[in-house]
Ligand binder design. Structure first.
Ligand code: BES
Ligand code: ZN
Length: 626
């Protein structure tokens, strides 16, 4: 009798539970929930690294990092632990176990390297026993450490001393540290770095603020982070504070410019906290790197790495700082479980970035950013093909370079999806949801499906939201029902342009207050078939090819390639391509030269420029030009 009742209650419960599950299952049919990371050999279920202890020497003469890493592991009784490595020299490996932990008696152990894959590198299989808690790997890097850029003095801004920086995302940390290089795995770390005594070292960790006479630096990162966020820079660096928790590192000649440019950093941090909860990393600094840095910015925790090309002199390119700062929540605190879920990092971050910018500079400013973003998105969809799987938010990067996922889809379609949700429930409810999302998942990783389950449970069901998840996340192109943003400031730019083009009669009067974004809209709006007389007149009036603003000159150079005017400004084009290594600028220019049939010029410039590029950029350009 009693048993029957329990059975009956259970039966009803199951029925109800199934009914509740229905809409979710319906929406997500056929989408796998797998957390398997196709871009790592690690088997975290067997044995997982929890902390790593680095002890490295930076040899600038040989351009080699060498020393050891000790992994503290959580061992589920495994007989081996697998790490990711790529182009490393493994000298020896030893292990220590629980019993011997007090005196840490390391004994040599066997290891084997798996077959090498172009993107992934190799699996490093290390023999352990069920008591093993520490694995010590002695190793050194090689010339082919794609993460590491070793710069000669001439390649730095001050041209006095050498420089080194690393770039870990997406799967490059394994080229300078043997580790379980998956975004679904989190480690704390400490590090000891020996560097030349006239240089200073900084990491994505608690950092020194002045140079140390003996060149030895010690670091601690107490919060658990995915290995792609372990980062190192070494150079002739100085530090200056901006606010209580914010500051800048740069080469001596750059520091004051950077302090001026990033004056609002502390305000950004406060605005971000007001939006989505406390900043959990204590300090937020930015290091301005030499021009070969292949990205605009990289959100290494506590220390964003940034390109010098955002130092426009008028603080107009600081949305990038807001972006990297926002990653302290979206990406670094709550991380994509695999690179197929990359939009969880970047789409949220673009949305968050614009909310920070709105808090500081107002809606009209952000409308410009959003409209430019939507333009980029539409162009990207055209380029990838409207039906391409690569235009889905949820990607499928198995057996491909995860770099292929770094398109405007993750960034701008991702952001647009969140804007659509915001439109549905209203800003207040949506902000509450995001704040809860970050706090419920802090220091965790999520797949797209786990996010959608959470979204469904916490927002869609309770608020009765009607949104076509399948169209946004698992379908190509853009849903027909989507937010659109038009900037009133851009309307003014168009009004200014008026008939001037027809008359070829240009003036700077009325443009004095324009920001970089208005200029970008102006240049993007120029007809692609304008002739040399028109291009010259424009260049004469606005001095685009002499612009010190990287965004403006890059947009102008691209335009000039397609209408032939570039032949008049070839030295400016070459100068830009040789001195700047930011891939976002390089790709459209080399691609443009290729498209208009001037592969010869592209190749001759590239021959000079290539030694200045980080591997991330040269790999992309190699593929484009060869
Ligand atoms: N995390 C990215 C950079 C990245 C993505 C590196 C994928 C390697 C693989 C960073 O936050 C970023 O998005 N940077 C942008 C700037 C931003 C304002 C859109 C960039 O570098 O252009
Ligand atoms: Zn980003």
């Amino acid at each position: 009798m009693k048993n029957n009742t329990i059975f009956y209650i259970l039966f009803i419960f199951c029925l109800l539970a199934c009914k509740q599950e229905l809409p979710k299952l319906d929406q997500m049919h056929s989408h796998s929930h797998s957390r398997t990371d196709h871009h790592s050999y690690a088997q975290p279920d067997q044995a997982i690294s929890k902390h790593l202890s680095l002890n490295l020497h930076a040899n600038f003469k040989e351009k080699i990092l060498s020393g050891e890493v000790i992994h503290t592991i959580q061992n589920n009784g495994a007989s081996e632990i697998i790490f990711d490595v790529k182009n490393l020299v493994i000298e020896s490996i030893s292990i220590a176990s629980k019993e011997s932990e007090n005196q840490l008696n390391y004994v040599k152990t066997d290891f084997t390297l798996g077959k090498s894959d172009d993107f992934l590198g190799q699996a490093l299989h290390v023999k352990i026993n069920e008591n093993t808690t520490k694995v010590k790997i002695k190793y050194s890097t090689t010339d082919n450490a794609s993460a590491v850029d070793w710069l000669d003095p001439i390649q730095t801004t001050d041209k006095q001393k050498p420089f080194l920086f690393t770039q870990g995302q997406a799967i490059l940390t394994r080229t300078w540290i043997p580790c379980q290089d998956s975004p679904g795995i989190r480690v704390t770390y400490d590090a000891k770095l020996q560097v030349p005594s006239d240089l200073m070292a900084v990491m994505s960790a608690k950092n020194p603020q002045s140079r140390n006479e003996n060149g030895e630096y010690n670091f601690i990162m107490e919060q658990a982070i995915p290995p792609y966020l372990i980062a190192l820079a070494i150079g002739d660096l100085v530090f200056k504070p901006i606010g209580k928790r914010t500051g800048v590192y740069a080469e001596p000649s750059v520091i004051d410019k950077a302090v001026y440019e990033f004056a609002d950093m502390e305000k950004m941090l406060i605005a971000a906290e007001e939006l989505y909860g406390p900043y959990l990393w204590e300090q937020y600094d930015v290091i301005v790197l030499p021009a070969s840095f292949p990205f605009g910015g990289m959100e290494n925790p506590r220390l964003t790495f940034a390109t010098p090309t955002i130092l426009a002199g008028d603080r107009s390119l600081t949305a990038l700082i807001a972006h990297e700062l926002a990653h302290s929540w979206s990406g670094n605190l709550v991380t994509n479980a695999t690179w197929d879920d990359f939009w969880l990092n970047e789409g949220f971050t673009v949305y968050f970035e614009r909310r920070i910018m709105e808090a500081l500079y107002g809606v009209d400013y952000v409308k410009m950013l959003t409209q430019l973003g939507i333009q980029d998105l539409n162009n990207q969809i055209k380029e990838l093909g409207a039906e391409s799987d690569d235009t889905h938010l949820k990607l499928s990067l198995k057996e491909r370079d995860p770099d292929d996922g770094m398109t405007d889809i993750a960034y701008e379609k991702g952001c647009l999806f969140l804007m659509a949700l915001e439109e549905e429930v209203g800003r207040e409810k949506f902000d509450e949801f995001l704040k809860k999302y970050f706090s419920d998942h802090q220091f965790q990783t999520l797949t797209t499906e786990e996010f959608l389950e959470y979204l469904n449970r916490v927002l869609i069901q309770p608020e009765g939201v009607e949104i076509d998840i399948d169209a946004w996340v698992y379908s190509p192109g853009l849903p027909s029902l989507r937010p659109n943003v038009e900037s009133n400031k851009f309307d003014l730019v168009e009004a200014f342009m008026g008939d001037k083009f027809k008359e070829n009669n240009w003036t700077t009067k009325g443009t004095e207050a324009w920001s970089t974004h208005e200029w970008l809209h102006f240049i993007r709006s120029l007809p692609s078939d304008m002739d040399n007389t028109q291009a010259s007149a424009l260049d004469e009036t606005y001095q685009f090819s002499k612009s010190g603003n990287s965004e403006i000159i890059a947009a102008w150079l691209e335009k000039s390639i397609y209408n032939g005017y570039y032949k008049n400004i070839e030295s400016e084009l070459e100068n830009f391509l040789v001195n700047i290594g930011r891939r976002k600028f390089l790709t459209p220019l080399y691609k443009g030269l290729k498209n208009v049939g001037d592969l010869d010029l592209a190749k001759s410039i590239y021959t000079k420029a290539r030694p200045n590029y980080h591997a991330v950029s040269s790999q992309t350009m190699d593929a484009l030009l060869n």
